[in-house]
Design a protein around this ligand. Sequence first.
Ligand SMILES: Nc1ncnc2c1ncn2[C@@H]1O[C@H](COP(=O)(O)OP(=O)(O)OP(=O)(O)O)[C@@H](O)[C@H]1O
Length: 164
Amino acid sequence: MGSEAVKVVVRCRPLNEREKALGSNTVLSVDLQRCQCFIQKPGAVDEPPKQFTFDGTYFTDQTTEQMYNEIAYPLVEGVTEGYNGTIFAYGQTGSGKSYTMQGVSEPASQKGVIPRAFEHIFESIQFLVRASYLEIYNEEIRDLLGHDTKQKLEVMAYSRCGTD
Ligand SMILES: Nc1ncnc2c1ncn2[C@@H]1O[C@H](COP(=O)(O)OP(=O)(O)OP(=O)(O)O)[C@@H](O)[C@H]1O
């Protein structure tokens, strides 16, 4: 993986029960070595698949543990050394953002990025940590650690001028 400040990786989730019951086919394939994804248009066997290249690719059998070790671990290590870092999950509804970020407790290999990052940070530091957990959905912001996670937050602009 390169040394760019921003890295984009893609994770493909397996078909869910509903999709299987509908007889859906997987149209996406992945070249893990070249970090490429191929999307085949259903029914258009003569058309070449659309091809996309990322900094990392994770297919249905890859675990969050593997993603964490390859992507998040170096970033969180940087945080413990005083650098800022952001992990941003982006995707349509039901694509697997929460599964990757929050995860499930069983199997342990699918524990999410957030609990892994907390364990990682608290193993290596001894000072006060301030954290926030926000959802941006349809241009509305919600505080997922607040008492009412449905309440929309106001976006405030702040500006200040003066001589002090
Ligand atoms: N890598 C995966 N392996 C197995 N199941 C997965 C995987 N990713 C997601 N799923 C399953 O797919 C479903 C949708 O995932 P999830 O809730 O994480 O989507 P989401 O992107 O957070 O959706 P929303 O934007 O609606 O909150 C869940 O049932 C989840 O368990």
